[in-house]
Every structure is written in C-alpha cells, then in structure tokens.
Design a protein around this ligand. Structure first.
Ligand SMILES: [Zn+2]
Ligand SMILES: [Zn+2]
Length: 217
C-alpha cells in the first residue's frame, strides 16, 4: 500500500494544501496549510482522517497561514526546516513590503525536519528532501509514487528565486541533482497549480528539463 492524498486550493495566492494519509489506519499529515483552515478541517472530518502533524514545504505566508488555527483545533505539532525559521519570523514584514498585505503572527514550530529524515504516517513513510533555492529551507516530501514539491518544482515551471533568501543556482541544483534522480513515474504535487510527473518535467520543463534555459552554461 502507498500513501494517498487529498488537496485543497486555499487563500489569495491559491496554494495547494495537501493531506497525505495511510488508507488502512487513516493516519494523516497535513503538508502546507496556507489559509482557509475550514476547508482542510472539512476534508479531515469527511474522510475520518486522524491528523498527526503539520509539515511546511517552506515558510512563505501562503503555505503556513492556517497553521495556528489548525494547531489549536487539532492539537498537532508543526514542523519546518530550520533554514526557513528566519522567513517564518520575518513573514509579517516581508509580506507587507512585497505584497502590501497584513497577515497574522506566524505559528511557532514545534520541531524541525532535515535532509534524509523519515516521517512515519501509519505504516507508510515520507522522506524529507532538502531542496534549497526558492527559499533556504525549502523541502520536498517523497513517498512511493508521490512527490510533494512545494514551490520548488511546478508543472512546466520552477519556483521564483527573486524573493528574500532565493537562489537560482541552488534551485537548479536541487531539482536536477535531487528530484530528477527519482523515477519518471513519480507524480509531482506542487505548491500551486496542477500536478505533473517527473518524466515529463525531466524532458520538457522549459527551465530545468533536458534543454532548459537554466541548464545552459
Ligand atoms: Zn513560496
Ligand atoms: Zn507559494
């Protein structure tokens, strides 16, 4: 058996909030909770899932804004990569200066994930892959057949690297040398927009695929 998932599109920037769950035990983890906590809670209740924790692919506000509400309602811990602590703490300020909008105080992380960590979900496992570039603490979560890619890899695109802490050379390295080492058949579940698969992105992604513009010397 492999993990299955539900997705809700949430908030102003239409970010994807995923719930990965084990079909046998119904144990679940929330991967990114950008906004609209009610939508995420509705999915959990409708499918009788047992949420264990919230994980962030990175700490931009559009991926963490519902975390505090969910923590209070579900009483679950929140995990981030330590290299995004700064972005989480500066979130209010950064969001105000880049987008001119006010967001609530950030949720406090209860723990951290690092490259190679394994998250147990029921009888299944999610592996943490550190993929810096879009932000210093961007991570992807990989399980058999599924890759939760955050804002690192999108269908036909890659995450922007012009925001605070972004680094283009690093995002290319993360995608080509880490994500593209996984099998072609893996379904990619990005932080925004539709899903894709690794085989298609390896061949056709206009930025990081075989003939991608960011791979030219
Ligand atoms: Zn982002
Ligand atoms: Zn985003």
């Amino acid at each position: 058996m492999a993990l299955k998932y539900f997705v809700n599109e949430v908030g102003l920037l239409r970010s994807n909030s995923y719930i990965a769950y084990d079909t046998v035990s119904k144990e679940a983890v929330i991967i990114d909770a950008g906004d609209d906590a009610w939508k995420i809670l509705e999915t959990i209740h409708a499918h009788k899932l047992r949420p264990r924790a919230i994980y962030a692919t990175h700490c931009h506000f559009d991926h963490v804004m519902a975390v505090e509400d969910l923590k209070q309602t579900l009483d679950v811990p929140f995990y981030i990569h330590p290299a995004d602590r700064d972005i989480l703490l500066k979130g209010k300020e950064l969001t105000r200066s880049f987008l001119g909008i006010e967001v609530p105080d950030p949720a406090k992380p209860d723990g951290y994930v690092e490259e190679g960590d394994v998250v147990e979900v029921g009888g299944e496992r999610l592996k943490v892959i550190h993929t810096p570039g879009h932000s210093p603490g961007s991570v992807c979560y990989y399980t058999e057949g599924l890759l939760f890619s955050g804002d690192t890899l999108f269908q036909g695109s890659v995450g922007r690297t012009d925001a605070y802490g972004g680094d283009t050379a690093k995002i290319v390295d993360s995608i080509v040398n880490k994500l593209f080492q996984l099998p072609d058949s893996v379904e990619v579940l990005p932080g925004h927009g539709p899903s894709t698969n690794l085989g298609w992105e390896k061949r056709n992604n206009p930025f990081v695929g075989e003939r991608g513009m960011l791979r030219r010397p």
